[in-house]
Design a protein around this ligand. Structure first.
Ligand code: PGA
Length: 232
């Protein structure tokens, strides 16, 4: 299966720089690539590129209504957006999203036919408790999630590896990925300090179907280099 390569811009890039980036990237990829870009909400644009798909980093599980600062389904429809990131550790930990809220959001967007990249991952204190504790913790992050949803993609992102420059080792990734594969048949991405240098090894590790990239996706050349590693 073709590797899935996804870029999470987080709170980076302007509407103008996103446009330049997306147009250039779309020209370099083709039908056989599976590329997603999650720009900031203010840089969302019509999801009508030839090859890449635009997703939203976050939205509120509602069609519209009184939820100050949030975007609802109706607004996403205007851009033909059908892909959403749910459960990212920055939303769980910085924005305080509970497992119950992640599951409610998941079920709302699943009901509306969205493709969902659902993120799970442990912090350092859990990893230090050993593999059984880690496995148990990851299981709790699937509470309320229909793991056989056909438009589900899972991303395993250990928090200690996100934005730190310290990626998990191939061995660590394979171990956790095998146990997530027991939970769900969905394609499984790794995320956490993936870059142009380590992408090849990670992308070809066992049970790795792709990568979710933050920092190293911000530069179009570096992201394209990661895409090339997935084609090998
Ligand atoms: P990073 O972020 O590549 O900057 O570590 C990954 C993510 O949070 O999705």
């Amino acid at each position: 299966m073709q590797k899935i390569i996804a870029a999470n811009f987080k709170t980076n890039h302007t509407r103008a720089s996103t446009k330049t980036y997306l147009e250039a990237l779309d020209k370099k990829i083709d039908q056989s690539d599976r590329i997603y870009v999650f720009p900031t909400s203010s840089a969302l644009c019509k999801n009508n590129f030839q090859h890449l798909k635009i997703g939203v980093q976050n939205a509120y599980p509602v069609i519209n209504g009184a939820f100050t600062g949030e975007i609802g389904l109706e607004a996403l429809h205007e851009f033909d957006i059908q892909t959403i990131l749910i459960g990212h550790s920055e939303r769980r930990n910085i924005l305080g999203e509970s497992q119950k809220f992640c599951a409610d959001k998941f079920n709302f967007f699943a009901k509306n036919g969205f493709e969902i990249i659902y993120c799970v991952g442990e912090d350092l204190s859990i990893r230090q408790k050993g593999f059984n504790a880690l496995k148990k913790f990851i299981q709790t992050q699937f509470a309320g999630i229909p793991t056989n949803y056909d438009k589900l993609i899972i991303a395993y992102e250990p928090i200690w590896a996100i934005g730190t420059g310290l990626s998990a080792t191939t061995e660590q990734i394979e171990q956790v990925h095998q146990s997530i594969k027991d939970i769900s048949p969905a394609p499984l991405l790794y995320g956490g300090s993936v870059n142009a240098k380590n992408a090849e090894e990670i992308l070809h590790a066992k049970a790795v179907d792709g990568v979710l990239v933050g920092n190293a996706s911000l530069d179009a050349d570096s992201f394209y280099h990661i895409i090339e590693q997935g084609r090998k």
